[in-house]
Write a protein that binds this ligand. Structure first.
Ligand code: GRF
Length: 197
């Protein structure tokens, strides 16, 4: 069984979907730990309710020393010996050092059809730019932000009257379908990107 760690910062709705997929009978992996950089993250209790160990590594005591925060993160992860790390709404930028340590085994979900709309506020920017279509991407993490080989994408339409919130809800529902499906494929060694309508 492949061992999967999930990093969160907030409510953890994607994390819940990943854990549920990993609990399925024919799953090739196990969720071994959930770690949040935000001690108040609601996702920590949700993970424990699903029977997954959950802990916080607060980034604040480390100030601007990202490498020191990541050393603490590595130390927290080490006892769980993950094979793969899924970033699921994890809102810290990771250094090239951390990314290269986990090279090829670090996945992220981003709320846009990359390479369009890297960075934050993607739903408002999709509306402001008049996009007819929006969506989400699961990709391997490389040192450049929201870059890296695309493992899967799911598209959603932009509807008349959409607000950033209504569009975000549609994209999140797509993330919840896409991310678990991509993770299971990665764990099974399937290489081709998963493209969902
Ligand atoms: C997701 O929409 C993700 O794309 C974004 O943050 C959100 C996390 O939501 N970067 P959740 O914590 O998985 O509910």
């Amino acid at each position: 069984m492949r061992r999967v760690a999930i990093l969160i910062s907030g409510t953890g709705s994607n994390m819940v979907r990943l854990v549920e997929a990993l609990k399925a009978e024919d799953s090739p992996g196990d969720a071994v730990v959930v770690v949040s950089n935000e001690p108040a993250a609601g996702g920590l209790a949700r993970a424990r309710a699903l029977g997954v160990p959950a802990l916080a590594v607060d980034h604040r005591p480390f100030g601007r020393d990202r490498a020191a925060f990541e050393a603490a993160l590595d130390a927290a992860l080490a006892p769980f010996a993950p094979d793969v790390i899924c970033l699921a709404g994890f809102m810290r930028i990771l250094t090239a050092g951390f990314v290269s340590r986990w090279g090829g085994r670090l996945l992220n979900v981003h709320p846009s059809l990359l390479p369009a709309l890297k960075g934050l506020d993607t739903h408002a920017r999709a509306l402001a730019d008049g996009h007819a279509e929006h969506g989400c991407t699961v990709h391997l993490v490389t040192p450049a932000l929201d870059d890296g080989p695309i493992l899967g994408q799911a598209r959603v339409p932009v509807e008349p009257g959409d607000t950033p919130a209504s569009l975000a809800a549609r994209v999140q529902a797509a993330e919840h379908r896409l991310y678990p499906a991509v993770l299971l494929r990665v764990l099974r060694g399937e290489q081709a990107p998963l493209l969902m309508p």
